[in-house]
Design a protein around this ligand. Structure first.
Ligand code: DX5
Ligand code: ZN
Length: 213
């Protein structure tokens, strides 16, 4: 099981110090980018990623909760992204989604597609053979610290069964309200990467990560 820590739960006054604390403990850094339109919150842009890239060698997982993500791919690539995930719901046309997946991959990055709680995995079947990762949201995107929605478990199971049946390569990542209580069932259903923000960063960071793993 890979663990990605969400920087949304960091205290940005102590960004560098908190990065040091997680560096040897987690597998990935998860960057929640929000535009105040696609979700009702604003977080940060490529500058934060660029600064973090100077300090941390961890794998950089960028989760774009924004409209028109195609306008920002180059900036996030230059800032140090390894994987860029955007939302299925950000576009109306399948062609736009497919061409953005291809654009991200042509830049040499991994491409992910995320689905909000009301979107079903069957809505994204057309993209699965192109994707490096599928991100299942287990809260409504926009804020850290929300309660895990158990409906995500069936979606993970579906994506895992489908992946095996069709011999596909995408990783299954889950994001929102992940903790030591729901991690075992997520793993059992086939989740491969767990994003966690508030569970990891509240209290003893090292202990929390170890318990999650
Ligand atoms: C929600 C974000 C998540 C979230 C995770 O919009 O995509 O990454 O911050 O944080 P917790 O673990 O606190 O739910
Ligand atoms: Zn996220």
């Amino acid at each position: 099981m890979q663990v990605a820590v969400s920087l949304l739960a960091f205290d940005f006054l102590y960004l560098s110090k908190q990065l040091e604390e997680v560096e040897d403990q987690v597998d990935w850094l998860h960057f929640d980018v929000m535009d105040g339109h696609f979700v009702p919150n604003i977080s940060f842009g490529p500058q934060v990623l660029q600064d973090v890239s100077k300090q941390s060698a961890l794998y950089k997982d960028v989760h774009l909760m924004i409209y028109e993500p195609h306008l920002y791919i180059d900036a996030f690539m230059k800032a140090g992204a390894d994987l860029i995930t955007f939302h299925y719901e950000a576009y109306e046309s399948d062609d736009d989604i497919l061409s953005l997946i291809k654009k991200i991959k042509a830049l040499g990055l991994k491409a992910g597609l995320s689905i909000k709680p009301k979107t079903q995995p069957k809505d994204i079947l057309a993209f699965l053979n192109e994707l490096d990762l599928v991100l299942v949201m287990s809260v409504e995107p926009g804020f850290g610290g929300q309660k895990f929605m158990p409906e995500a478990l069936d979606k993970v199971a579906f994506l895992s069964t489908y992946k095996k049946a069709h011999n596909l390569n995408y990783l299954i990542e889950v994001d929102g309200g992940v903790n030591d209580q729901n991690a075992p069932s997520l793993k059992e259903k086939g989740a491969e990467v767990l994003v966690s923000g508030s569970y990891i960063m509240k209290g003893d960071i090292k202990e929390n990560i170890a318990r999650l793993k």
